[in-house]
Structure formats: structure tokens, C-alpha cells
Design a protein. Sequence first.
Length: 210
Amino acid sequence: MVNLQVKTRPEDTRTRIMDVADALFRQLGFAKTTVADIASQLQMSPANVYRFFPSKEAIVQSICRRCLGELEEKAWAVGRSRGPAADRIEQLVLEVVRYHKENLMAEKRVHDIVLVAIESNWDAIETHKDVIRNICELILRDGIATGEFEAVDPAETSRLMMRAFVAFMHPLLLAHCVQQEFENDAEIDAEARKTVRFVLNAITPRTART
């Protein structure tokens, strides 16, 4: 009987390394987790881990990109959905808030991982910000086309809106707000909704304002 050994794809190995590293970072903290720890959990040598990632920081960067990709998929689903543009922009902000609360703000160790990812992978963060701004611009264009919003410059307005929403879009700023200002998730969501409505009031035709 011939024993056929199934060869593991490099991408599958990379994913396994990221999954194990993510779990250890959350359990032990980024600083206390070593590549040797990750390799041990995977029953492979540290040298084998280094074949796929040149450093521990590189693993965090890949985890960060994966998280941002997940969030962007959710954001695009909101952007391409139907319904009033104002509701979709509110939903977009709340979706980002929800993702950060569930995945990036669970505990201090996760907070530290986010900090490392942002400091070491700024280009990916900037690209992610552009994606979210583009989604906001898409929704704005829909609202302008239907007369829900005034005929503003959608690109410039979306840029200004992202600045106005930064406390909810940035996981570290959101974590700070939670610690300093809010007592529970309901207060965070309520504040996000109020902020969105305040900003959108500036581009809503006067006859449509409540």
C-alpha cells in the first residue's frame, strides 16, 4: 500500500502560524510571547517559523492586515446595501465600533497588539483608512443623487467626516473614550449615533431637517 503524504500549502502554514500567534499574544501579551513559544505550539522549529515571517512584528502585521480585511468586508456590505444614505453612514460607523469592541478592545493584551501593529505597519493602516473613506464617499454619492444630501463635494466631505468620526474609527482612541467617558456599550453606540446625526445635519437640505 502506497503512503501518500499530503503536502501542506505555504499559505495554510502561514495561517496556522498567525492563528497560534494571535492566541498566544492574547493570552501572554505581545512582549512575553517569543517566536520559540509560537513554534512550540505548532510543533515546529523557530527556524521554520522564520521561513514564513522574518520577525515577530511581521506576524503581528499580517494579523493586523487580516483583521482590517475582515472589517473592510463588513464595511463594504454596509456601503453597498440599500436604504437611506444617512442610515447607512450611521450603520457604517456602528459596524466599525462593533468590530473594534469585539476584536481589538477585549483586554489590555489585545490593546498592546493593536499598538504594535499600528506603529509597525502604518502603510496598511493608511490604506485601510482610505478604504473606509471610499465607502463613505460611495454612500454620500448615493445620498446626493437622491437629494437626501446637498450637492457637496463627496470626496472632500467624506474626508472631513472621517476626521469627525475618528474617535469611533480608531481602536486606540475608542478604547481611551471607553475608559474615560463611557460606562457601557450602549453609551458608546448612542454617542456614535449622535455624532453621525450632528455631522450629517450640515449636508441635509433644510426642508428635510427635523
